[in-house]
Design a protein around this ligand. Structure first.
Ligand SMILES: [Zn+2]
Length: 299
C-alpha cells in the first residue's frame, strides 16, 4: 500500500507509510463552528501513532500532541521549545526528541525525516487573513519590538471574537514562548519524498536546495521571505516557494476556516493560477478532510 495523507484541518495531517503512522502537527480539537472533519474528531480519538512532528509551538499546531503521545506512546519531534512545553504538559522525555534543523531521524526501515530551519509567517502584520490574491505591501524593516507590539494587538482581536473562541484560547494555551522556532520536515519514503511546512515562511537559501517530489506548503496569512513580509500576495508566496522547491505536486495546509473571525475559507483558485504561471508542470492537489489521499500516486 502506498503512502497516504489524511487532513484533519488547519495544518494537521496524518501521514501513513506502510505500518508507520506519523502526525504532522497535532491540532485536532476545534472551536465550535470551525471547519474540519465531520463529525468532529478530537485528539483523544487518535489511538494509533508512532511519531508526531511539530512545525512550531503555537496552539494551532502543538495543542493535542500531549494527548496523542499519552494515548499512543508516540514520540514527538519538535523544537526545544516544543519539547519544553510538552514536558510541562506531562510527556516523558523518552517520548520527546528536540531538534533545531540539520538532523535526519530514522522513523522506520527505509523511512526517515530530515529537519530544516524555517520561518513563521508575518502574523504580526495583520489581524484577519487576507484573500489569497490580495497584494500586501510595506511593513518592512520593523524591529522585533515593533513586531511584538503588533502581535499583542492581534491577540486582543482574537479575544474579542466571542465566548466560545475565548474559552478555546484559554484551554489550548500551553504558554509557549513565541513560536519556539519554525521547522520544515522532508520525509524520505520508499515511494518518494514529501516536504511538510505548517506556516507560510521560508529561508530561500534553504528551500532552494531541497527537491521534494511532493510539497505541503502552508497558505495562511502574510508570507515571510528571509525574515521580511512578502511584497505581494499569499498566492505569490506559495508559487514562489514552489518554484524554489520544484515539486511535481503541491498540497496546501492551514488554508481552511479553522478559527472563524480570524481565519477564512481560502479561495484556492488564485493559488492554482499563480502556481500554473510559475511552475506549469506542477499539480495542485486539494484533498478533503480524512481523504486517505495517495501522496505519490501517478507521479
Ligand atoms: Zn503559528
Amino acid at each position: 500500500m502506498g503512502a497516504t495523507l489524511d487532513w484533519y484541518g488547519c495544518a494537521t495531517y496524518r501521514l501513513t507509510v506502510d505500518d508507520t503512522v506519523i502526525f504532522l502537527d497535532a491540532y485536532i480539537d476545534r472551536v465550535p463552528g470551525a471547519a474540519g472533519p465531520q463529525p468532529p474528531v478530537v485528539a483523544d480519538d487518535i489511538d494509533r501513532c508512532d511519531w508526531i512532528v511539530v512545525g512550531h509551538s503555537h496552539f494551532d499546531h502543538l495543542w493535542g500532541a500531549e494527548r496523542i503521545a499519552a494515548n499512543t506512546g508516540a514520540t514527538i519531534i519538535g523544537s526545544h521549545e516544543t519539547v519544553r512545553v510538552m514536558e510541562s504538559a506531562g510527556v516523558p522525555m523518552r517520548q520527546l526528541m528536540p531538534v533545531a534543523g540539520g538532523e535526519r531521524v530514522a522513523l522506520a526501515d527505509g523511512l526517515s525525516v530530515s529537519i530544516y530551519p524555517s520561518l513563521h509567517s508575518c502574523v504580526w502584520s495583520h489581524k484577519g487573513m487576507h484573500p489569497a490574491d490580495e497584494v500586501c505591501l510595506g511593513d518592512l524593516w520593523l524591529t522585533h519590538q515593533e513586531r511584538q507590539a503588533r502581535f499583542a494587538g492581534l491577540f486582543d482581536h482574537i479575544g474579542s471574537l466571542g465566548e466560545a473562541t475565548r474559552e478555546h484560547l484559554r484551554v489550548s494555551d500551553q504558554k509557549p514562548r513565541g513560536d519556539g522556532h519554525s521547522l520544515v520536515f522532508l520525509f524520505d519514503t520508499p515511494e518518494g519524498s514529501l516536504l511538510y511546512q505548517d506556516t507560510s515562511g521560508h529561508w530561500s537559501g534553504i528551500v532552494r536546495d531541497l527537491r521534494p517530489d511532493v510539497a505541503i506548503i502552508a497558505a495562511a496569512g502574510r508570507g515571510n521571505v528571509d525574515g521580511e513580509p512578502i511584497q505581494g500576495s499569499l498566492a505569490q508566496f506559495v508559487a514562489r516557494q514552489a518554484s524554489l522547491l520544484r515539486p511535481q505536486r503541491v498540497i496546501l495546509s492551514h488554508h481552511d476556516d479553522w478559527l472563524p473571525g480570524f481565519s477564512i475559507d481560502t479561495d484556492t483558485a488564485p493559488i492554482r493560477e499563480e502556481l500554473s504561471r510559475w511552475l506549469p508542470r506542477c499539480e495542485l492537489a486539494e484533498p478533503g478532510y480524512l481523504d486517505g489521499y495517495p501522496v505519490f500516486a501517478g507521479l
